[in-house]
Design a protein around this ligand. Structure first.
Ligand SMILES: N[C@@H](CCC(=O)N[C@@H](CS)C(=O)NCC(=O)O)C(=O)O
Length: 232
């Protein structure tokens, strides 16, 4: 390799965070190159067949799809983040896939057009977290004390809830002590903290408020109520 790898990124993209977490866990030097997904540069479209972040540039070769990037890093650098046993490794890959389905459910939640849909999609997210609860052991991570690829896959999903929990109580965590504890362990992991910029939380709020969704309207209402209280 002639220079550090380049992670082509978007500041809010959870899939980018997965790749950044794995790069950091493996101690690999890399540069982030943020792009505007609303105005994709031509050099990005030339290396990203699906036009999506993340892309990892290794010398002149572009790798796309976060799971594939993670597997490439696993194949080429230590410490290993997958179990040694093939059957356990397959299970971990399956739960990474579940993490992607959770991200889709989160997207459906924050884009819900009305309150009834918002509630239904919150229930769907909660049900998926319940499935995770049933899978978890004593922690602190997905499979005990060793941080694994599944942890890297779920940490960006859990990060959304720091913001959702500020906006309202959607009952996401009720009766889910293991998921809650796992989420807390991931939130203080240095690689997870470093996967986003310090401006992430503010940028996410701006992004969510601009969705014209039921969640955006709740945010607007909370701001209006706070303004009225402050003026009184
Ligand atoms: N399956 C892909 C999903 C990547 C993805 O959806 N990236 C989003 C940003 S988080 C994107 O680039 N969207 C731009 C678009 O679809 O035009 C992966 O795991 O890398």
């Amino acid at each position: 390799m002639s220079g550090p790898m380049i992670l082509v990124s978007h500041a809010l993209c959870p899939y980018v965070q997965r790749a950044a977490i794995v790069l950091t866990e493996k101690g690999l030097p890399f540069e982030r190159r943020d792009i505007d997904l609303a105005n994709k540069p031509s050099w990005f479209l030339a290396v990203s067949p699906l036009g999506k972040t993340p892309v990892l540039l290794v010398d002149d070769t572009a790798i796309f799809e976060s799971a594939v990037i993670c597997e490439y890093l696993e194949d080429t650098a230590t410490p290993r983040l997958h179990p040694h046993d093939a059957l356990q490794r397959a299970q971990h890959r399956a739960w990474m896939e579940f993490g992607s389905a959770l991200l889709n459910a989160i997207g459906a939640f924050y884009n819900a057009p009305d309150e009834a849909t918002l509630q239904a999609r919150a229930a769907d997210v909660r049900a998926r977290l319940g499935q995770v609860e049933a899978e978890l052991g004593d922690g602190p991570y997905f499979s005990g004390h060793a941080f694994s690829m599944v942890d890297a896959a779920f940490a960006p999903a859990f990060r959304y809830f720091d913001t959702f929990d500020q906006i309202g109580d959607f009952g996401f965590w009720k009766g889910l002590p293991k998921v809650q504890r796992w989420r807390e362990a991931l939130a203080v992991r240095p690689s997870v903290i470093a996967a986003v910029s310090p401006a992430y939380a503010d940028r996410l709020l701006v992004f969510l408020r601009a969705r014209s969704s039921a969640l955006s309207r709740r945010m607007d209402a909370a701001v209006a109520a706070a303004t009225t209280t402050a003026a009184a």
